[in-house]
Design a protein around this ligand. Structure first.
Ligand SMILES: *[C@@H]1O[C@H](CO)[C@@H](O)[C@H](O)[C@H]1NC(C)=O
Ligand SMILES: *[C@@H]1O[C@H](CO)[C@@H](O)[C@H](O)[C@H]1NC(C)=O
Ligand SMILES: *[C@@H]1O[C@H](CO)[C@@H](O)[C@H](O)[C@H]1NC(C)=O
Ligand SMILES: *[C@@H]1O[C@H](CO)[C@@H](O)[C@H](O)[C@H]1NC(C)=O
Ligand SMILES: *[C@@H]1O[C@H](CO)[C@@H](O)[C@H](O)[C@H]1NC(C)=O
Length: 153
């Protein structure tokens, strides 16, 4: 009996220790039949060489492309706060997931928000899926830029 309790305790500890890691991985799981999956990419673009709004002002009305495998999947425009949302259709989502290597690319040159900043090159940042929710038959994957943008030719 004592040894059974000991083994049970070990199993409980293993489950407790392993579960948070498994949750943190956020690899899109294969959803049940009938569920559609959409990717929702959000972020904020600042008017600076690293695209940060801290301490720079936001970059309003900037066109932001979502590219995956170097192919433009969809785009949207930042609002006055520099925030953008790119919500993919299920078809675009399946392309994005199969191409992989998704990035947000700020198509509008930085000089548009500040004439002293470069008029060539584009701000780019890789994006990563950070969480997902399944509500009814809709599986939404939420993705954000992984860090600061880089100005690349
Ligand atoms: C997209 O994600 C943003 C940030 O999490 C959220 O505010 C917005 O409601 C989401 N839109 C949809 C349609 O899921
Ligand atoms: C972005 O650049 C500014 C200077 O323009 C700097 O103060 C800030 O710390 C940088 N932010 C990040 C996230 O690298
Ligand atoms: C821009 O969009 C963000 C995220 O949806 C929102 O929180 C913010 O209030 C919007 N800013 C303006 C000026 O509309
Ligand atoms: C573009 O952004 C607006 C405002 O956030 C949002 O309502 C719309 O669904 C977005 N369109 C796409 C294609 O993501
Ligand atoms: C424009 O960019 C320059 C160079 O980075 C910076 O010194 C200046 O503060 C910026 N102006 C505004 C209004 O953000």
């Amino acid at each position: 009996m004592a040894i059974m309790k000991y083994i049970s305790l070990i199993i409980v500890l293993v489950v407790v220790l392993v579960t948070p890691q498994a949750e943190a991985q956020v690899v899109p799981s294969i959803p049940p039949i009938g569920v559609v999956t959409v990717l929702n990419v959000t972020g904020v673009v600042g008017c600076s060489l690293n695209g940060s709004i801290n301490p720079s002002p936001p970059f309003p009305y900037a066109v932001v492309d979502l590219t995956c495998g170097g192919i433009v999947i969809a785009f949207n425009t930042t609002n006055l706060s520099g925030a953008f949302t790119i919500l993919l259709t299920p078809v675009q989502t399946s392309s994005a997931l199969s191409y992989g290597a998704c990035k947000v690319v700020v198509y509008t040159p930085l000089a548009k928000c500040n004439a002293t900043l470069p008029s060539t090159g584009t701000l780019k940042a890789p994006v990563q899926i950070v969480r997902s929710t399944i509500i009814g038959l809709l599986n939404t994957l939420f993705a954000v830029p992984t860090g600061p943008f880089n100005l690349l030719g």
